[in-house]
Design a protein around this ligand. Structure first.
Ligand code: CUA
Length: 329
């Protein structure tokens, strides 16, 4: 990104200076010397004229190639990236880790590991911007957008909102804290211990707040409450809607013959706009959940669906990630 930036800036700077100086030089050299003087008619050589077109064109094409490759790299998170959910709202950033803690305005990540942010907004359009990481991505209500980065070394980096979103736009700031891998693990387990102690002992006000932590458990509960599981089985059996077992990552054939990859974006779209893509063999009977589910609730259901992989189910939670599913609860 930086190389492209400086290359474009330097080239245009040098060229505009050259054009400006040449113009000044010609103003003086060809100034009108008498009242009757006329300008001679000049035909440039075809070769010269071709050079004037081809050289700038070559630069523009080169920038396009460099920019295209950069854009593809920015849009393609590595397969082993860790996922963190982000919700923008007036005027703060909320972060939810699939296996554990939530946080507001502070995003802790390990260094040297690609991180993919799955982002949505609760109200208006925001834009997640970390200048030092050279990432900026719009965050939209009712949809998921993603961005990824890999922090090289520990440090603290400012998060800004780069889309005007109201009176508090300029204070919608946060911080990425990049920790060494060990420190990050320590922090995650400390958060888990904190959550665990909160659950025993006498009830406090916190017990009546919406539960923090495990998105998969939240998603499982929401799927019950919202009636998702009345139509979608989680054990592979066919029902009114497609089964959720092994849904994530599947290639689904649609009624119009198209094939879609089931990812976070597709699952979210199917909740918000169920008729957009109808899976072959199923009827368009699902109600829309737009405005019924908040961003983190959508994230929780998506994480629950992602957890329903038959391998993970067979091997059980001990072998899988900390948030592997428990069946039949
Ligand atoms: Cu959020 Cu500007």
């Amino acid at each position: 990104m930086d190389r492209l930036h400086y290359f474009v800036i330097l080239t245009t700077f040098v060229m505009s200076t050259a054009v400006g100086l040449t113009a000044i030089f010609f103003f003086i050299l060809y100034r009108r010397r008498s009242e009757t003087q006329t300008t001679p008619h000049i035909e440039p050589a075809p070769l010269l004229e071709a050079a004037f077109v081809i050289i700038p064109l070559a630069f523009f094409l080169l920038w396009w190639v460099m920019g295209y490759r950069t854009a593809i790299g920015l849009a393609t998170p590595p397969a082993d990236a860790m996922d963190i959910y982000v919700q923008g709202k007036k005027w703060m950033w909320k972060f939810a880790y699939p296996g554990g803690p939530n946080s507001v305005n502070v995003l802790r990540v390990p260094s040297g590991r690609p991180v993919r942010l799955l982002m949505t907004s609760r109200d208006v359009i925001h834009s997640f911007y970390v200048p030092e990481f050279r990432v900026k991505q719009d965050v939209l209500p009712g949809r998921y957008s993603q961005v990824w980065f890999q922090a090289v070394e520990p440090g603290r980096f400012q998060i800004l909102c780069a889309e005007y979103c109201g009176a508090g736009h300029s204070i919608m700031r946060g911080e990425v804290i990049v920790l060494k891998a060990e420190e990050y693990e320590d922090w995650v387990s400390a958060q888990h211990r904190g959550l665990a102690t909160k659950q025993d002992g006498p009830p406090t006000a916190l017990d009546f707040a919406p539960p923090l932590g495990n998105l998969v458990d939240q998603g499982r509960r929401l799927a019950q409450e919202q009636g998702c599981v009345k139509c979608h089985s989680v054990d592979g059996s066919q029902h009114i809607g497609p089964t959720w077992l092994d849904l994530y990552g599947r290639r689904e054939r649609l009624s119009d013959g198209r094939i879609v990859n089931v990812d976070e974006g597709y699952i979210t779209e199917s909740m918000m706009d169920p008729f957009a893509k109808i899976v072959d063999g199923f009827k368009p009977v699902m109600p829309s959940f737009a405005n019924k589910l908040a961003g983190p609730e959508v994230a929780a259901i998506v994480e629950y669906i992602k957890s329903l992989q038959s391998d993970a189910v067979r091997t059980g939670p001990s072998e899988g990630p900390a948030y592997a599913p428990v069946r039949g609860r």
